[in-house]
Design a protein around this ligand. Structure first.
Ligand SMILES: Nc1nc2c(ncn2[C@@H]2O[C@H](COP(=O)(O)OP(=O)(O)OP(=O)(O)O)[C@@H](O)[C@H]2O)c(=O)[nH]1
Ligand SMILES: [Mg+2]
Length: 329
């Protein structure tokens, strides 16, 4: 009876909750199975797929969430374009090919760069350890070690969960369960922090005009609605508010140490950004953190996969160049 009542209560609460729109970026190296996983999600939630016009976007209805999955290609030359979507994201799905041990270091660096980006850090992350059907696939707990995941997510202060997955056509129902489980975790984690994440998205979204652009029309409207006398009075007031500096007067910039309050005790030296926050990494094996990790993997040579160093150096330079082109339009 109590269970029935509590079930009814939670159903009632769910109905009252507003429908929330969320954008999730699906990223990862090329060939890891991002597009295949999205197809699996679409198949499993077939009645919940909403129509969309954008080619790399899938619109889903999951629980009380309207979800846009943005499928971003992982090819080296295309990774530089990911950042154009960072501002839109409420959360990230990072897909790994668990069987591709040789590219694990490349995946680690790519994930590290992604999480370090100011428009991404702090946003929740779901890692899908894909291609678990392959015999040589690493387990999620091994991937945590291989990617130094705990360090990465602690640095970016992102909540993280890792789930095993497989996107083969002969997929068993239990295999799709872990994918949906991970997706639901991500959506509910976003929902908990929805107002903060949404205001970040609103601020960072490319559709939003930059602060200067926002100010210009306001100034123009103000100028139109004022008489010349009012404008002169306002200008005098604004210049007096800006301090003693007059137009054209040169004020040299001060070193920042002179502006900031002097640091006296050693304890105040540590910036809050350097403090590692306790971040929980959830795996199929349960909670994993710190000393609960498995021993180092035989796949690495001094923490790096065999034979990838040279290839990585070349590819990274290439990616940086492409990114720079995008940055400057
Ligand atoms: N064995 C196995 N193969 C998979 C799995 N998921 C995807 N594949 C295969 O991996 C290849 C790449 O899959 P995609 O889904 O196109 O990979 P992607 O990450 O979207 O690749 P890009 O768009 O190039 O970044 C395809 O041949 C898939 O059939 C999986 O779970 N197991
Ligand atoms: Mg793809």
């Amino acid at each position: 009876m109590f269970q029935l009542l509590s079930h009814c209560w939670s159903q009632l609460q769910a109905i009252q909750e507003p429908i929330r729109k969320m954008t999730l970026l699906v990223v990862g190296l090329d060939n890891t199975g991002k597009t295949s996983l999205i197809t699996v999600i679409q198949r499993v939630l077939s009645c919940e797929v909403l129509p969309t016009t954008k080619p790399n976007q899938t619109e889903l209805r999951v629980d009380r969430f309207e979800v846009s999955l943005v499928d971003l290609s992982g090819g080296k030359r295309l990774r530089g374009t990911w950042r154009n979507h960072y501002g839109d994201a409420h959360g990230i799905i990072f897909v790994l090919d668990s069987s591709d041990v040789l590219r694990m270091e490349e995946a680690r660096r790519t994930l590290g760069r992604l999480l370090a980006h100011p428009r991404i850090s702090g946003k929740p992350l779901l890692l899908l350890a894909n291609k678990q059907d392959k015999v040589d696939a690493l387990l999620p707990c091994e991937l945590i070690e291989c990617l130094a995941l705990e360090k990465l997510v602690n640095e970016s202060k992102s909540l993280c969960r890792i789930e095993p997955s497989s996107a083969t056509k002969s997929l068993h129902k239990s295999q799709s369960r872990t994918i949906l489980q991970g997706l639901r975790w991500l959506l509910h984690t976003i929902a908990i922090n929805y107002s903060v994440l949404s205001s970040r998205v609103q601020q960072d979204s490319p559709d939003q005009p930059a602060p200067r652009e926002q100010e210009a029309p306001r100034r123009a409207a103000r100028a139109c609605s004022q008489t010349r006398g009012e404008r002169e009075l306002l200008a005098r007031r604004e210049s007096s508010q800006e301090g003693s500096a007059k137009i054209g007067e040169y004020k040299p910039l001060q070193p920042i140490q002179n502006i900031l309050p002097q640091v006296t005790s050693p304890s105040t030296h540590s910036s809050p950004l350097n403090i590692a926050v306790p971040v929980t990494i959830l795996t199929k094996q349960g909670l994993t953190s710190g000393n609960g990790l498995p021993p180092p993997l035989p796949c690495t040579e001094g923490g790096r996969p065999k034979g990838t160093q040279e290839k990585e150096k070349e590819s990274e330079g290439e990616e940086e160049r492409v990114s720079a082109v995008w940055e400057h339009g």
